[in-house]
Design a binder for this molecule. Structure first.
Ligand SMILES: Cc1cc2nc3c(=O)[nH]c(=O)nc-3n(C[C@H](O)[C@H](O)[C@H](O)COP(=O)(O)OP(=O)(O)OC[C@H]3O[C@@H](n4cnc5c(N)ncnc54)[C@H](O)[C@@H]3O)c2cc1C
Length: 407
């Protein structure tokens, strides 16, 4: 099968890239391992300040409908095993799909965060709890403890309590080589500052304002109530960590330690729960971009490909969009996908002039400005590093080309 564009990943980024290219007249195939298009969008359900409810399942449905109406072929239940230049995509059923252009939009995955007892049935990654609750409408437990403080865990804790679960609290992980700074109350308070505009609780907003000042943050931590503060139907416990998870054949309880402001444990007690959701953070999925120039930028969530202002990687005609370039919210992923699809349509001669590409690039910037969720607190710095490295790569390439033409 040969088409103008092959898109890998039918999340918000991949679908948006497909829609932009196909609506301009390009032939497009989208491949995704899941039975339905939508990626992580399918499980998203949260209220955004000013714009109301974000219902990911409905947004994916309308994106997929728009794609199909524009003639996009969506191949579901197919995993991509390999991507080779010019661009041949090898599928798990032995078939292959070729495109003059390819877009890798494989999204992000969850970092595992091991805790003693985490292999018991009833313990799951926070994303699994989100999918069960919002997409399959199955409550993962009646009494739930959440481990890890980040936008995803806060959002899912709220979703679980809206679904009728008793969320006993959101806790830090205990100090370990895996938890790293996630077990540090100070780092978590600073992190919450990035979300302080969204904070529904006055004390959190206050904490957010203090968070840029280390001395005041120290004071806030000293006085942070050890009983936690109420947050969207549960309690945020910056001064408690989960030491272990226990039970005979499935989760029955967690051992919770009161911690000092450096994360060192004191007294422990046991709390009955039947479900534990662990959030260890997200990282961009890079298996298919391995031949591109890749760099590790922790501020973006891990290893990412370098790419041009139009989303093209160091490999000609290979574009990227969405969380594969760094961990951000769905609206930004959609805007990046639209930019990649528009840039490809322009390169194919389906769009005349540069206006549409410039507008799509501007839409990415404004999606970033208005984004309600910030997954990585230093994302702006991460983007700047990536942009500088791209410019450096371009300079090196043009110097090599000059040297070759002199030789
Ligand atoms: C568990 C989880 C929960 C999240 N919750 C929220 C939230 O509530 N709100 C929010 O704004 N953001 C959330 N995010 C961030 C989220 O990733 C972005 O919002 C957005 O979905 C990213 O879009 P994307 O298209 O880049 O990737 P994704 O939505 O992740 O889509 C990527 C798609 O590519 C497919 N894929 C990957 N590799 C292959 C392969 N080799 N072959 C075939 N298909 C493949 C995947 O199955 C997936 O369908 C969440 C992320 C995760 C991991």
């Amino acid at each position: 099968m040969i088409s103008d564009v092959v898109v890998i990943g039918a999340g918000p980024a991949g679908l948006s890239a497909a829609v932009a290219a196909a609506e301009a007249g390009a032939s497009v195939v989208v491949i995704d391992e899941n039975p339905r298009p939508g990626g992580k969008l399918l499980g998203q359900l949260h209220e955004e300040p000013g714009t109301g409810w974000w219902i990911g399942a409905e947004i994916s449905k309308s994106l997929a409908k728009r794609a199909e109406e524009a003639g996009v072929r969506i191949l579901s239940n197919r995993q991509v095993w390999n991507l080779s230049p010019k661009w041949e995509v090898a599928l798990d059923n032995g078939e292959s799909v070729c495109g003059e252009y390819a877009v890798v939009a494989t999204g992000a995955a969850e970092r595992p965060l091991p805790i003693p007892g985490w292999s018991l049935p009833g313990v799951m990654a926070i994303g699994a709890a989100q999918t069960l609750t919002n997409y399959y409408r199955v409550r993962p437990g009646d009494r739930v403890a959440v481990v890890g403080m980040d936008p995803l865990s806060l959002t899912v804790a709220h979703e679980l309590s809206m679904a009728g679960a008793d969320v006993v609290g959101i806790y830090l992980p205990s100090k370990s080589v895996f938890a790293g700074s996630q077990a540090d109350p100070d780092r978590n308070l600073e992190y919450l500052a990035g979300m302080s505009d969204l904070a529904p609780n006055a004390l959190l907003r206050w904490g957010g304002r203090l968070a840029s000042n280390r001395a005041l943050r120290n004071l806030a931590l000293t006085f942070f109530p050890t009983s936690g503060i109420p947050l969207m139907g549960t309690k945020l416990n910056l001064r408690k960590s989960i030491v272990s998870i226990g039970g005979d054949e499935r989760v029955q309880h967690v051992e919770i330690a009161t911690i000092d402001k450096h994360g060192n444990p004191g007294k422990t007690r046991t709390v009955d729960v039947d479900c534990v959701c662990i959030s260890g953070g997200l990282y961009p999925v890079q298996e298919l971009t391995r031949d591109c120039e890749l760099v590790r930028i922790d501020q973006l969530g891990g290893t990412v490909p370098l790419y041009s202002p139009e989303m093209e990687t160091s490999q000609s005609n290979l574009f990227v969009a969405g969380n594969v370039t760094g961990i951000e919210g769905a609206k930004i992923a959609m805007a990046q996908g639209t930019l990649a699809g528009t840039a490809i349509a322009s390169r194919l001669g389906r769009i005349q002039g540069k206006d549409a590409v410039d507008q799509a690039a501007e839409a990415v910037r404004s999606a970033r400005k208005s984004s309600a969720i910030t997954f990585m607190p230093d994302i702006d710095e991460g983007r700047r590093i990536a942009e500088d490295l791209w410019l450096q790569l371009e300079r090196e390439k043009s110097m090599t080309q000059k040297d070759e033409s002199y030789a």
